[in-house]
Design a binder for this molecule. Structure first.
Ligand SMILES: *Cc1c(COP(=O)(O)O)cnc(C)c1O
Length: 355
């Protein structure tokens, strides 16, 4: 085992959050049964708690957030339907084209700063009912917007975009992988955001720190349909309570502490902003992510070189395109680590600019 002094500081993703000893103990003690017989009381309890927090009738425990998105899309869309979402949405970038491969849907991509768009853009994107056109069917939004920089959609903007969709007869879906980061950052209760959409899910494995799982919520009818797809995709489990317990533990212990991650991200951004050669994408850190742009001394994009050199200095971050690097804080990282990471970035930039 690496000594703590030499540990790698991992700012690549909040998915790296590890279950704590207390969380693992809670998992060991959880009552278990067969999930598919509705006998796993721990899983049932988790679903009830999340659906209550989100103000929805019912919830379903799934192995991943990706499966939540793909099941929701599978329920809302028929082949030939069109999904309206931001160009950088997770369903577009990171789900192996599931929306088309599984559900036969296509996408209408919207531009917009910080992973967000406006009600007018949605209005323009909705197609008239016409023999030739795809059928506009579903609006998807991410709260927080991941590649947008972990940005929190303001409640009123969300209200406006979902109103336009609903009035045109579209369904609405929220990818709430980091919904609780938005809740902690804004003070707006989760149910207020979730109340604007037909379906919504939260990831237990990002900042919340559980090892596996996500919970998808909606009406009772929607969740009944979700169960059919869960079964079909092979996502129905047995003694799932052993991992669902980690989710319950996370809801009880790891929501409020997301504020620490947000403070650490803010400190990181303030430190990075002073380093020569680092271009801040935004000095306004909303939640637990910081995006920077890096160039070499000739002004060429240098994200890959930055990522590699930074790793040699003991810090992981991720190059998300040729020029952009993303840092994400989570419970693995404390305030001292942030100081160490800033020093490592300083050394990295010195080496990149000197090269
Ligand atoms: C991580 C993430 C997902 C997918 O969740 P997994 O649990 O990794 O499958 C979906 N959407 C967003 C915005 C994410 O950040």
């Amino acid at each position: 085992m690496a000594s703590r002094k030499n540990k790698m500081i991992d700012l690549e993703s909040d998915t790296k959050s590890l279950p704590t000893a207390a969380m693992k103990q809670y998992m060991m003690d959880a009552p278990l049964g067969d999930e598919q017989y509705d006998e796993d009381t721990t899983t049932l309890e988790l679903c009830k708690r999340v659906s209550t927090l989100l103000g929805k009738e019912a919830g379903i425990f799934l192995p991943s957030g990706t499966m939540c998105n793909e099941i929701a899309i599978g329920i809302h869309c028929q082949p030939g339907d069109e999904i309206i979402c931001h160009r950088t949405a997770h369903i577009v970038e990171f789900e192996a084209a599931g929306l088309s491969a599984i559900s036969g849907a296509m996408v209408r991509l919207l531009d917009g700063d910080d992973g967000m768009f406006t009600a007018d853009q949605v209005r323009e994107a909705i197609r008239p009912k016409w023999r030739y056109a795809p059928n506009s069917r579903l609006l998807c939004i991410e709260q927080t917007a991941n590649l947008g920089g972990g940005v929190v959609w303001p409640l009123n903007t969300l209200q406006e975009v979902t109103d336009v969709a609903r009035e045109a007869g579209l369904a609405t879906h929220m990818d709430g992988a980091r919904l609780f980061n938005a809740v902690v950052a804004s003070g707006v209760p989760a149910a207020e955001y979730a109340g604007l959409v037909d379906s919504v899910w939260i990831d237990l494995t990002k900042g919340l720190g559980a090892p596996i799982g996500a919970v998808l919520c909606g009406s009772a009818d929607f969740i009944e349909k979700a169960w059919r797809l869960k079964q079909r995709f092979g996502g129905a489990m047995r003694q799932s309570g052993i991992v669902a317990a980690a989710g319950i533990y996370a809801l009880e212990h790891n929501i409020d502490r997301l504020a620490d991650d947000h403070r650490n991200a803010q400190l990181l951004a303030e430190g990075l902003a002073t380093i020569p050669g680092v271009i801040m994408k935004s000095t306004n850190v909303h939640t637990n992510m910081v995006f920077i742009r890096v160039q070499d001394k000739d002004g060429k994009p240098a994200a890959a070189q930055f990522e590699k050199t930074l790793r040699d200095h003991g810090v992981k971050a991720s190059a998300i395109d040729e020029e952009t690097v993303r840092f994400v804080t989570c419970l693995n990282v404390n305030v001292e680590d942030i100081g160490t990471a800033i020093l490592a970035v300083t050394k990295t930039m010195t080496s990149i600019l000197g090269a």
